[in-house]
Design a protein around this ligand. Structure first.
Ligand SMILES: Cc1ncc(COP(=O)(O)O)c(C=O)c1O
Length: 445
C-alpha cells in the first residue's frame, strides 16, 4: 500500500462518512502562499484556499510564529470564567471592521456553523419572535440551526429533524432568472415572493431574522443585484426583522472588501464569521448591534474554547497581514484581472456559460451550448480533473460551476498559469479528449 492509499483507507475505516465531500483522491502535505504540495512533492496552484479558510495563504510563517509564541506562554484560559486581553483586542477590531455606524459587540464561537446558531439565538432573544427566513440553495453549516437554514442538500435533512419555522425563498440568480426576466424587466420578483408570503402565510411580525449570503457561495458563487439587497434591507427595517449577513465564506477580504455586504452599501444587524476569521485556526464570531448581542443572559451562548487566546492571536495576525499587505486591494484588482481573462474565454468556446464574481469569489459555468445555457456537470468535472493533472487544484459548485477562490496572495503569474491550464482543458474537452472514465475519479457534492 502506498502512503496515500493508507491514508485513504484509514479515513474510510475511522472517520464518519458524513464529514466528507470526496472531490479527489489527493493527500496534501504542505503549502506556501497560493501553492500546495502533495505527499509526492507535486506542486499545485490552489484555487480553493481550504474552502475559503486560507485567505492569508497556506503555510503562513508569520501566523505560525505568533501561534507558537502564544502557545509557549499559555494556549488557552477560558474567557468564559476569567478575562483575557487578546479576545478583547480582537473583538474591538472586529467591531471596527464591520460596517454600520452603531455600537457593536462580538460573540465568539468555534466555527461558522455554531456562530450561525448563535445569530439565530440572538435574533430570537432580541426580537422575541420565532420564525426565520433563508434562501434556496444556501449553505449555512452543520449545527442544528445551520442545517435548518440551509437548503442545498437533502442529506442535511434526511433522518434529521431541523428546527421548525424556517421558510426558504428564491435567491436572486439573475443569470438564470427563475422568473425569466432580464435586468430591464426585473421587478424584484424574488423579493415579491417574501412580500406575498407576508400577506398570505407568514406573519411578518413573527419573523425574527433573514439569513442572507451576500454572495451565494456553494449555490454557485451567485452575486445578487444591488437593488435586491438594498430592498431586502429596507423590507427588514419595515417589518422589524433583523438582517443577518453570512460572511463565513465571503468575509475577510475575499470579495475585495472586509465583508461582501459592503458592496451593497448595507449595514446588517449581525454579521456571521468563520473560516478565514481565525487565520486558519477554528474560530467563529457573530458581530452585531450591541443591544442584540446583549439580549441573552449567560450561559445562553458560550463555549469553553470560544475566543481561545491562541486563535485570537492567529486572527489578529491575519488581520494585520490583510491590512499591511493590502490584500483587500489585491483581491479586488487581481480578482478583476482573473475574471476578465476568464470572460475572454466565453466568445471562444460555446461550452463556457456564465462567468461571474466579485474579487476572488469567481465562478465559470460549463453549459451544453450557449444557446441553451443548460448546465453541463460532466463537462465541469472533466475540466476540473484535467486542471488537477496539470497543477491547478480546483473544485466545482452548484450545477456546473468552477469554484475559483484562491488565497488572496495569489500572484498574477499564477493567475496567468491557471488561465492557460483552463484553456488547454477546455480545448481537450471540446475535442472529446477527456475520457468519460475520469468521471468516476472525481465526485464532489
Ligand atoms: C456561507 C457559509 N456559511 C456557513 C458555513 C459553515 O461554516 P463551518 O463549516 O466553518 O462551520 C460555510 C461553510 O462552508 C459557508 O460557506
Amino acid at each position: 500500500m502506498t502512503r496515500e492509499e493508507k491514508v485513504r483507507a484509514g479515513e474510510a475505516r475511522y472517520i464518519s462518512k458524513a464529514q466528507k465531500i470526496p472531490y479527489y483522491d489527493m493527500v496534501f502535505e504542505s503549502g506556501k502562499g497560493a501553492l500546495l504540495y502533495d505527499t509526492e512533492g507535486n506542486e499545485y496552484i490552489d484555487l480553493l484556499a481550504s474552502a475559503g479558510s486560507a485567505n492569508t495563504g497556506n503555510g503562513n510563517i508569520e501566523i505560525a510564529d505568533a501561534v507558537y509564541e502564544q502557545m509557549k506562554k499559555i494556549c488557552q484560559i477560558t474567557p468564559a470564567y476569567v478575562y483575557t486581553e487578546k479576545n478583547v483586542e480582537l473583538a474591538k477590531k472586529l467591531t471596527e471592521l464591520a460596517p454600520g455606524d452603531f455600537e457593536k459587540k462580538v460573540a465568539f464561537g468555534l466555527s461558522g456553523s455554531d456562530s450561525i446558531d448563535g445569530a439565530i439565538k440572538f435574533a430570537k432573544g432580541f426580537t422575541k419572535r420565532n420564525r426565520l427566513i433563508s434562501f434556496k440553495g444556501s449553505y449555512h453549516g452543520s449545527t442544528y440551526g445551520a442545517i435548518s437554514l440551509s437548503a442545498i442538500s437533502i442529506n442535511m435533512r434526511k433522518k434529521l429533524d431541523p428546527i421548525p419555522d424556517v421558510v426558504h425563498f428564491s435567491y436572486p440568480t439573475c443569470y438564470m432568472c427563475p422568473y425569466d426576466k432580464n435586468q430591464s424587466e426585473c421587478n424584484l420578483e424574488c423579493l415579491n415572493e417574501i412580500k406575498e408570503a407576508f400577506t398570505s402565510y407568514l406573519p411578518s411580525d413573527e419573523v425574527a431574522a433573514i439569513f442572507f449570503e451576500p454572495i451565494a457561495g456553494d449555490a454557485g458563487i451567485i452575486c445578487p443585484p444591488k437593488k435586491f439587497v438594498q430592498a431586502l434591507a429596507a423590507l427588514c427595517k419595515e417589518h422589524g426583522i433583523l438582517l443577518v449577513s453570512d460572511e463565513i465564506q465571503q468575509g475577510f477580504g475575499r470579495s475585495g472588501k472586509w465583508f461582501a455586504i459592503e458592496h451593497f452599501d448595507v449595514a446588517p444587524d449581525m454579521i456571521v464569521c468563520g473560516k478565514s476569521a481565525g487565520g486558519g485556526l477554528p474560530m467563529g464570531a457573530v458581530i452585531g448591534r450591541r443591544e442584540i448581542l446583549d439580549s441573552l443572559d449567560p450561559p445562553a451562548h458560550l463555549f469553553t474554547l470560544g475566543g481561545n487566546t491562541t486563535v485570537c492571536v492567529a486572527a489578529l495576525k491575519a488581520i494585520e497581514i490583510i491590512e499591511r499587505d493590502n490584500l483587500l486591494g489585491k483581491a479586488a484588482e487581481n480578482g478583476t484581472y482573473f475574471l476578465d481573462k476568464l470572460k475572454a474565454l466565453q466568445p471562444k468556446y460555446d461550452v463556457v456559460g456564465d462567468v461571474r464574481g466579485l474579487g476572488f469569489s469567481i465562478a465559470l459555468d460549463f453549459v451544453e451550448t450557449q444557446a441553451t445555457m443548460k448546465p453541463d456537470r460532466n463537462a465541469t468535472l472533466k475540466v476540473c480533473w484535467d486542471c488537477v493533472q496539470n497543477g491547478v487544484f480546483i473544485t466545482f459548485l452548484g450545477k456546473g460551476s468552477l469554484r475559483i477562490q484562491p488565497p488572496l496572495v495569489i500572484t498574477r503569474e499564477q493567475i496567468d498559469r491557471c488561465v492557460e491550464v483552463f484553456e488547454s482543458a477546455i480545448k481537450k474537452l471540446v475535442a472529446g479528449e477527456i475520457p468519460d472514465s475520469v468521471l468516476s475519479q472525481i465526485k464532489g457534492w
